[in-house]
Ligand binder design. Structure first.
Ligand code: MIG
Length: 652
């Protein structure tokens, strides 16, 4: 059962699509206090597990730390980070009984999950204008499915988006892209997507292409398409301030950018230099901004990634003015002190709270201060694009994912989890975020394989790929200036080829399970305890996941390991894709096992009484041949395959 409560005058985030009556009875599972701000408090049983929060650090069980929903551009995803790029305010307390809490609040919100007191869940915000949803009835998994039922259907990407993609901040010229493609095709390493980072643009201007490097961009897009490659350009939130740039000029003229309290335009600096933020919370401005994607669609583009939409701010004009003021004040104290204070304040300029409280959105004629709706920006930037695609390309699915997000955005696009590092711990973090994201409706998700920051190593990349083989968004991406990490940069590239090819062998299965999850309001990745609710050990498993209805994954995520310990809640078929193309299968009984998994093997487990389809690998998704299908697992079982043309939008 879902109970909806209203406090104050909430901002309509449109996270929830179901039309629910307001509940007037007291909240059954916790104490709500709105005397000053909002506060929800409840007691946690000694063994209760708390699931949820989507994109956040730490484990599948979120208990024992404090998390803050405030979309933040922070590329240092260490354990004590309270905020990442998204704000996903849904948790499920698995106890007796279990219940779920969704706080639909677009301002800063804190989840103290047994942090201050180990037996207390405390959710609070300065903002007291919000909707609260309390969900109960059944297991944690049942509660998640009820929640998914009220927030609308998850985004469905085109089928090609389940292929492998190569990305790098630094690819600039057509030659750069051709080289990557050639390396893949020459050695038959599958590839469906090449991602274009900010360097394809003219001076970092959205919806422009560098004319010197790409004198005929549509021809280049067509050249790539002939080789079955989809180019996926990045779009940033900030629109460059530059006379003669039509997006800037039209946005100013029509009043579509965010403004200061005095009505002047808010001017943050991001990659293009001075920019304005399109006011995507205003439906008219949103439609206008979405319409800008058309120039790239018309060039043949069929996929995009939306970046910097927390929105990230390097500094603002007003922030610089404050800095100058600090400098002026500090000068009499002597040069050293002045420099110190200037340096300190300079470091605080990026993503500064002050800036987020300086600018306004126009929502139905009302001035809404940004920090009160901060977490909705990436959501609505992505919604702008998706709504435009529905208008401009009604017969076609377009690939779309975003860095920042809020629940509700899952209907419009996927997400990637931002600037991770080439750290072993980030393979595990990648795995642990998957079920949490799925709980919040985000199914088309993935992390930068190999790590965005820091120098990667061959073994790290291999192990990461061996997880990513199962993850919908499979993209190798890295930052500029660090070690290159395309598969062909390493010795014995045939091992990397083998792993990537396994993805394509499994692709019909993964697509089928993805579609079933999207159409059925289900999770693709589940914690073990969701599937085995009576298993006493399952709630403690933090490094294995159930995938779809048939599979369990348990990747190796430590360096120099020849295998790992794994827990089987029931008898399972231990499957290994060996580098020579053959498959080893071994039925293992319920219990704890040590399994050997070499660096160039992909391992997975198939549940008792289940089987999965498998096809021959191909170099791109369209070349997969379902005629080659065979089955793995229990050969007496049947598997119901979902398939479609992968491009026609699926009617709701
Ligand atoms: O400030 O476009 O997360 O994937 O390569 C960095 C350059 C901006 C951040 C994204 C990353 C991308 C990078 N961007």
């Amino acid at each position: 059962m879902v109970r909806k409560y209203k406090f104050g005058a909430p901002f309509e985030t449109e996270a929830v699509t179901a039309d629910l009556p307001l509940c007037s009875e007291p909240c059954p599972y916790g104490t709500v206090d709105t005397a000053s701000g909002f506060s929800f408090t409840c007691t946690l049983g000694a063994r209760d597990v708390v699931y949820g929060l989507g994109e956040a650090v730490r484990g599948i069980n979120k208990r024992g730390y404090e998390y803050v929903s405030f979309a933040t551009d922070d590329g240092n995803h260490v354990e004590d980070k309270r905020s990442l790029y998204g704000a996903h305010n849904f948790v499920v307390v698995a106890g007796t009984p279990s219940f779920g809490v969704f706080v639909d609040c677009p301002a800063r919100l804190t989840f103290d999950i047994g942090y201050t007191r180990q037996d207390t869940l405390h959710i609070y915000s300065e903002c007291a204008d919000l909707y609260l949803y309390i969900i109960d009835g059944g297991t944690p998994y049942d509660i998640v499915r009820q929640f998914r039922g009220i927030i609308g259907r998850s985004y469905i990407p085109p089928k090609f988006a389940f292929g492998y993609g190569q990305s790098r901040w630094g690819y600039k010229t057509p030659e750069d892209f051709r080289t990557v493609l050639k390396e893949h095709r020459n050695t038959h390493v599958p590839l469906d997507m090449l991602y274009m980072d900010i360097d394809y643009m003219q001076d970092y201007k959205d919806f422009t292409v560098n004319g010197e490097n790409f004198p005929d961009f549509p021809a280049f897009v067509a050249e790539m398409q002939r080789q079955h490659i989809h180019l996926v350009p990045i779009i940033d939130a900030g629109v460059k301030v530059e006379d003669g740039y039509p997006v800037y000029e039209e946005g100013v003229e029509k009043g579509y950018f965010c403004h200061n309290a005095d009505g002047s335009l808010f001017t943050p600096a991001v990659w293009p230099g001075w920019t304005h933020f399109p006011d995507v919370l205003d439906p008219e401005a949103r439609a206008w901004f979405g319409g800008q994607y058309r120039v790239l669609l018309d060039a043949g583009i069929d996929g995009f990634w939306n970046d910097m939409n927390e929105p990230a701010i390097f500094y603002s004009k007003q922030g610089l003015a404050d800095l100058a003021e600090t400098y002026r004040e500090a000068l009499p104290e002597g040069e050293d002190m002045a420099l110190l204070r200037v340096a300190q304040q300079g470091a605080w300029l990026a993503g500064s709270e002050k800036d987020y409280a300086r600018f306004y959105h126009n929502v139905g004629g009302q001035m809404v201060r940004h920090d009160t709706v901060h977490n909705l920006y990436g959501y609505n930037m992505t919604r702008a694009a998706a709504e435009a695609f529905a208008r401009l390309r009604p017969q076609q699915r377009i690939l779309l994912f975003s860095r920042s997000s809020y629940i509700g955005m899952h209907r419009y696009g996927g997400i990637w989890t931002g600037d991770n590092r080439s750290w072993w711990s980030h393979i595990l973090l990648n795995l642990q975020m998957l079920p949490s994201l799925n709980m919040c409706g985000f199914l088309y998700v993935g992390a930068d394989i190999g790590g965005f920051g820091s120098d990667t190593t061959r073994d790290l990349l291999l192990r990461w790929l061996e997880l990513a083989v199962f993850v919908p968004l499979m993209r190798n991406h890295s930052g500029t200036g660090i070690r290159r990490q395309e598969f062909y940069q390493f010795e014995q590239p045939e091992d990397l080829r083998h792993v990537i090819r396994v993805r394509y062998r499994l692709l019909p299965y993964l697509y089928s399970e993805y579609m079933k999850a999207a159409l059925g309001g289900d999770m693709l990745f589940k914690p073990l305890a969701f599937v085995y609710p009576d298993d006493p050990f399952a709630p403690q498993v933090e490094d294995q996941l159930m995938l779809g209805g048939e599979v369990m994954i348990a990747p190796v995520y430590t360096q120099n390991a020849a295998g790992r310990y794994v827990y089987l809640p029931e008898e399972m078929d231990f499957v290994k894709f060996l580098p020579d193309g053959t498959i080893a299968e071994q039925w293992l009984p319920q219990g704890h096992h040590y399994v050997e998994i070499a660096l160039n093997e992909v391992a997975m487990f198939i549940r008792k009484g289940r089987c999965i389809p498998l096809v021959d690998a191909a170099e791109y998704v369209d070349a997969l041949d379902l005629g080659t299908m065979q089955y793995l697992g229990d050969k007496t079982a049947a598997y119901e395959l979902y398939d479609d043309d992968g491009i026609t939008p699926v009617a709701e």
